[in-house]
Design a binder for this molecule. Structure first.
Ligand code: SAM
Length: 277
């Protein structure tokens, strides 16, 4: 996969050289290119921002450097990258006003050969840039959460790591993300339960007996109950919108013990509690 990032703080992306993403780059599984937006400015001060039309506080990123940067990226590459095969990238625009970044979106992006990220600063990028490239590329405006950061570089680090660990061969054990919270499949929409390792006793605290039993069926059931309990405690919204068809009889019994009731539509709710959908 090829990943391009355009930023006014290339050094902010240094963590892409370490750990999982760094190793994937070193192995040639990821071709990451970080570009300095100021390389496409032409004034003495390398200006990338200006005052907003209509007034108001803050500055807005000018369209011209972004346009030149993106045109350059779209027309350059190697002999064997996705660009050589005629692929168009997905343009991922971090913004608090975008669609939520989810595991589902991470999976979708991991299936594309080329992603271009445009982390902004100030009040964001002149809208015309999104409109212009939206006519030529798949553009995804994405938020990593309901809070506002000073810039899009940290969201890019978050998204690249979430996507990179899904690429074939990047995780040492391909099974590792199968049971993750939000992983598609049996655990979809449930958070992963607690995990334990050696020693068997630490500061007087032991390991749940069932994990030492060697009984795979009982262990799987215990994990499922723990996932239901943790999701019920930390993310009741996920239980409320959970597909009843994905739950077996024992799941329903566990949820009943946790105070959930199944409505006539099959959905779960807790009496007296308004759950945000
Ligand atoms: N005025 C903008 C608003 O309220 O939507 C906030 C701009 S923010 C200070 C500057 C940049 O940080 C954004 O353009 C975006 O690139 C990035 N950013 C901040 N919070 C983010 C979030 N939750 N998700 C993704 N990107 C974010």
């Amino acid at each position: 996969m090829r990943i391009d990032v355009v930023t006014i703080f290339p050094e902010y992306l240094e963590p892409l050289n370490v750990s999982l993403v760094g190793k994937a780059r070193a192995r040639g599984q990821l071709d990451v290119r970080v570009h300095d937006l100021r390389s496409w400015t032409h004034d003495r001060h390398h200006t990338v921002d200006d005052t907003p039309y209509g007034g108001g506080p803050g500055m807005v990123m000018k369209p011209e450097p972004w346009g030149e940067a993106l045109d350059h990226i779209l027309t350059t590459g190697g002999d064997d990258g996705p660009e050589a095969a005629g692929e168009r990238p997905v343009l991922v625009v971090p913004t608090p006003s975008g669609e939520p970044f989810t595991q589902e979106l991470a999976v979708e992006l991991s299936e594309r050969p080329w992603l271009v990220f445009t982390p902004a600063r100030y009040e964001g990028i002149d809208r015309r840039v999104i409109e212009e490239y939206g006519e030529r590329l798949d553009v995804r405006e994405v938020s990593i959460g309901d809070y506002v950061l000073a810039g899009g570089e940290a969201p890019v680090l978050v998204m690249v790591e979430a996507v990179a660990r899904l690429l074939p061969g990047v995780l040492g054990n391909a099974e590792s993300h199968r049971d993750d919270s939000f992983a598609p499949g049996a655990m979809a929409d449930l958070l992963e339960g607690p995990v334990f390792t050696k020693p068997p006793e630490w500061r007087g605290r032991g390991i749940p007996e069932v994990l030492l039993s060697g009984h795979h069926g009982r262990i799987a059931r215990w994990r499922r109950d723990q996932a239901l309990a943790r999701t019920s405690a930390n993310r009741p919204d996920l239980i409320a919108r959970c597909d009843p068809a994905a739950l077996d009889k024992r799941d329903r019994a566990t949820l009943a013990e946790l105070g959930w009731q199944q409505g006539t539509d099959g959905r779960f709710g807790r009496p007296g509690e308004a759950v945000e959908e």
